[in-house]
Write a protein that binds this ligand. Structure first.
Ligand code: ZN
Length: 564
């Protein structure tokens, strides 16, 4: 009987487990189908580092691109702008291989791919191009080939957000051209290995060809090393010596005027700052761009030296809002300061030279490292220029924009660019929270500086960044960092008032977190509490002032049970 009962129960147990297993399996299959629908073959070809891409490491790109039509009317009314160009890849072989992958949007025609004077065979799938060599390319050997291509540039509808070229005229009716392609991809206008993990170690040579008769100027990244005429063309050669993300390579064509300023860097060297602005904006630019010097002083002092003096620091006026184009920052904010007294585009895009261009990520899924540190840099700049209380007010405005709809770390290997603004504002607030929890600014800023040094001119990821901060702050902080990065629900700090014999006492604990969640809270009275997931008694009064103070310093959801 007893055995029978046991048998009945275990049979029931087995069936329930079996059904549960089937249900889980069904969910997994459905999730996989949903994911497969979310990301295409093209996303994987672009986002994944297969052996066809890992087999070579790019050392340098030499880009030639011809902009044939610079007639004002034609530029402004264009819906399709044809270019022709050639890109030479200089790379080192990381493996033996006979085939490699490069990227170029499918609508471009590739006339030929040439290596050592002979044409290479190639096939195409979506925006990937597979190049075949007749012999095995040996590991350690140097690779050089040149891709000749032509086709229509993609016109951006909402630059810099959707990506593509902008063709317009300035107020004096001169043609004005720019490009912004972060996420969308540099392969939307030039062939390259279009993946964040491979920055050309020795940079880029960018030859921009424009009709000589246009009288316009072409501005690219780095230094102008030559300006010469050939037949009817004027060729501007811009050179970047440092590693650079492909999306940062930029073309600007317009009626530019150049002026420069001098800045004494933290290393004591006098550095030249360069500005390329529309001819009629020269006077306003000279006065408005004065904020660049104190900004550079602040960022160099707080983060460490500017990484790209060899390539220069430069602002280039653009027909779109802005972009962190390395050593040629796109500026299109119409010389306007915000209510905080600074020009958002100058400060934000320049901060990217530290966080995004020097410290870069290998996959768009880790974009919070570019945007979170950069957004926090805005508050740091305000604190440099004013004081911490103004920076705190600025941060509180940013906090309002935290959406909590998707995790900060996105999926890898699919060129995921569908991030919302949490990589900016929640990213900044996670750093702010950690700083306040540490409750020692000199320590926090020494870690921040070391972090910049550690990843200086390198490509990193969330995993390495977390390991760095755990080494500094202590391993017990890991669950809190991970909570902010991977979960959408904020950690909850609950306060509960209990009254016994007419005497009130406040208790506190964390909720919606794991038991190992560790985030000490420094209270205004200089008191440090270490909430856990079990109740602890608070030796004081929890009041509205304390609640406000906590909201200014910590990204937590504060729940209060009982009246204040
Ligand atoms: Zn940004």
């Amino acid at each position: 009987m007893q055995q029978g009962v046991i048998f009945v129960f275990s049979s029931f147990d087995f069936m329930a487990k079996y059904k549960f297993f089937l249900l889980v399996l069904l969910c997994l299959v459905l999730m996989k189908v949903a994911k497969a629908q979310l990301f295409s073959r093209g996303d994987s070809l672009r986002g994944q580092i297969t052996s066809l891409r890992a087999c070579y490491d790019v050392l340098q790109y030499q880009i030639d691109v011809k902009f044939a039509y610079l007639d004002g009317v034609r530029v402004k009314d264009t819906t399709a702008y044809p270019i022709e160009g050639a890109v030479k890849f200089v790379a080192v072989n990381m493996q033996d291989y006979k085939r490699l992958q490069i990227d170029l949007f499918a609508h471009f025609i590739i006339d030929s791919i040439v290596s050592n004077g002979s044409q290479l065979a190639f096939t195409r799938e979506v925006n990937a191009v597979f190049v075949d060599f007749s012999h095995v390319q040996k590991k350690g050997g140097k690779q050089e080939f040149k891709v000749f291509y032509r086709g229509n540039l993609i016109i951006a509808k909402r630059a810099p957000w959707d990506g593509g070229f902008i063709f317009t005229t300035d107020s004096a009716k001169n043609p004005w051209i720019g490009v912004a392609c972060e996420g969308f991809g540099a392969s939307s206008w030039w062939p390259c290995k279009d993946h964040l993990s491979d920055e050309p170690d020795s940079g880029v040579v960018l030859n921009i060809h424009i009709p000589q008769k246009s009288g316009l100027m072409a501005v690219g990244n780095g230094q102008l090393t030559s300006r010469k005429t050939k037949d009817d063309w004027e060729i501007f050669t811009w050179e970047v010596k440092n590693p650079i993300n492909t999306y940062n390579v930029s073309v600007n064509i317009g009626d530019y005027r150049h002026y420069s300023d001098v800045y004494v860097s933290t290393d004591g060297e006098s550095r030249q700052l360069d500005y390329f602005v529309l001819a009629y904006q020269l006077d306003v630019a000279k006065s408005h761009f004065k904020q660049v010097v104190p900004m550079l002083q602040c960022f160099e002092r707080v983060f460490g030296p500017y990484a790209f003096w060899q390539d220069g620091y430069k602002l280039v006026e653009t027909p779109y809002w802005g972009m962190e184009h390395q050593s040629a920052i796109a500026y299109g904010n119409n010389y306007r300061n915000n209510k905080w007294g600074f020009d958002f585009i100058i400060i934000h895009e320049s901060a990217h030279e530290w966080w995004g261009n020097s410290v870069s990520v290998a996959d768009h899924g880790d974009m919070w490292i570019h945007e979170g540190f950069t957004t926090y840099a805005e508050a740091i700049y305000l604190a440099c220029e004013n004081d911490r209380s103004i920076a705190n007010r600025y941060l509180l405005e940013q906090r309002e924009r935290i959406a909590l709809k998707q995790p900060m770390v996105g999926p890898y290997d699919v060129n995921f660019t569908d991030t919302d603004t949490d990589v900016y504002f929640k990213g900044a607030w996670m750093l702010h929270t950690m700083r306040n929890s540490l409750n020692n600014d000199s320590l926090f800023f020494s870690y921040l500086k070391t972090c910049y040094q550690q990843f200086y001119k390198q490509v990193t990821n969330t995993h390495e960044m977390l390991d760095f901060w755990m080494l500094k702050m202590g391993e017990n902080y890991r669950p809190a960092w991970e909570h902010y990065l991977y979960k959408t629900q904020l950690p909850v700090l609950t306060w509960e008032k209990r009254v016994r014999r007419k005497k009130a006492k406040w208790y506190y604990k964390y909720e919606e977190v794991g038991d190992d969640f560790y985030l000490p809270i420094a209270l205004t009275a200089g008191q440090l509490i270490k909430p856990k997931t079990a109740w602890q008694v608070y030796e004081g009064d929890f009041d509205a002032a304390l609640q406000t103070a906590l909201n200014q310093q910590y990204l937590l959801e504060i729940r209060v049970r009982g009246s204040l």
